[in-house]
Ligand binder design. Structure first.
Ligand SMILES: NC(=O)C1=CN([C@@H]2O[C@H](COP(=O)(O)OP(=O)(O)OC[C@H]3O[C@@H](n4cnc5c(N)ncnc54)[C@H](OP(=O)(O)O)[C@@H]3O)[C@@H](O)[C@H]2O)C=CC1
Ligand SMILES: O=C(CO)COP(=O)(O)O
Length: 337
């Protein structure tokens, strides 16, 4: 059934997910805090900085006023970068309290909040009282916006504590090229989604340094092992990490130059300075902040995450990348499992 849906965040992922929903016949309102971008979307039907060579349907309407975008919507999809989720959710809560509307919430962001170490669904639940919304679902998996834009085959998962909510999200998005599964393990899906970006940074760096396939496969496999150690310490289902939001998303981000995290790692591996990499990317590189949050979380919880720790030391303590790799290789021998 067709719904009125607000998509908050008009970057590469928000705008392409809005386009999928628009193609599925929903009345989609794409909100951006940048009025110039809203004008470009509504007049040119492009979003050129974030997604190249893509024309949006004129039926997709962009808004710069949040209250107008939210007017009468049944569902709100949050796709802003992690660091913006709390402030945008706070603005949404103020509007919902006035209108008495109770939409379903979905998010597709990948990160962990700095300092609080909260998952995105926890931040949304804190900011938007249960009386002003329905349940919360995360949509996640191996899904570069560039591939979805050209209708390449994409499989993702919708995770929620409520099976009805996950099924609702599945129905909103399913198309012939965009297939959605359900999963009750929102903890595992959000942790896998956030932490895979650390491994993508590392895989890019290995590439930039000239390492080969063995090194990249090793990083992805052992990276997944430490993500799943942290995730299960929070009660995540270990199976989730061999699913779309775990191994699936590691494969797509740690092997593709479409990934901003992989590209950032590649440039760091080639010797570029971190500030330069951030400045010329012009889009969010979630793995940088996630590395810090995950490293601090691993220390707090006593979970061994040597790869995350090595990447943290390179990014935040100025450690030489080759020395970090050499130290990892020379850790005491141990059992794989
Ligand atoms: N790109 C992809 O293929 C995928 C991305 N994701 C996840 O989706 C989330 C968004 O990523 P993506 O769309 O790629 O990021 P982009 O960098 O492409 O776009 C982010 C958008 O959010 C805007 N924004 C930044 N801060 C705020 C704020 N405080 N309030 C409102 N809007 C803000 C940005 O505006 P401005 O640039 O002007 O600051 C920009 O329009 C991330 O968590 C990412 O990991 C998940 C799956 C796939
Ligand atoms: O999460 C993504 C694909 O699943 C996108 O990754 P990047 O943010 O590294 O581009």
């Amino acid at each position: 059934m067709s719904e009125k849906i607000a998509v908050l965040g008009a970057g590469s992922w928000g705008s392409i997910l809005a386009s999928v929903l628009d193609e599925n016949g929903h009345d989609v309102r794409l909100w951006s805090y940048n009025p110039k971008q809203v004008e470009e979307l509504n007049t040119e039907h492009t979003n050129a900085h974030y997604i190249k060579n893509f024309k949006f349907s004129p039926s997709l309407v962009a808004y710069s006023d949040l209250a107008s975008a939210l007017d009468g919507v049944q569902t709100i999809l949050f796709v802003v970068p992690t660091k913006a989720v709390r402030s945008v959710a706070g603005q949404v809560a103020t509007i919902l309290q006035k209108t008495k509307n109770q939409p379903a919430l979905i998010h597709a962001s990948k990160g962990i909040e700095q300092k609080t170490y909260k998952r995105i669904s926890q931040v949304l639940a804190e900011e938007i009282p249960a009386a002003n919304r329905k349940s919360i679902t995360v949509l996640s998996g191996p899904s570069h916006a560039e591939d979805v834009a050209r209708h390449d085959l994409t499989l993702v998962t919708a995770a929620s504590e409520s099976l009805d909510a996950a099924k609702h999200t599945q129905q909103l998005f399913m198309t012939t090229y965009f297939r959605v599964y359900t999963n009750p393990d929102i903890i595992g899906v959000e942790i896998g989604a956030a932490l895979k970006n650390i491994i993508a940074l590392g895989a890019g760096a290995l590439h930039g340094l000239g390492y080969g396939d063995n090194a990249k496969a090793a990083l992805m496999t052992r990276g997944l092992a430490e993500i799943s150690r942290l995730g299960t310490s929070f009660g995540a289902d270990p199976m989730t990490f061999i699913g779309l939001s775990g191994v699936g998303d590691i494969i797509v981000t740690a092997t593709s130059s479409n990934s901003r995290n992989w590209r950032a790692g590649d440039e760091l591996g080639r010797g570029e300075a971190l500030d330069d990499v951030i400045n010329h990317m012009g889009m969010v590189i979630e793995g940088l902040a996630t590395t810090k949050a995950a490293y601090e979380l691993s220390k707090k919880r006593g979970v061994s995450m040597p790869i995350t720790e090595a990447i943290y030391q390179v990014l935040y303590e100025g450690k030489d990348i080759r020395k970090a790799i050499s130290d990892l290789m020379q850790r005491e021998g141990r059992s794989e499992f």
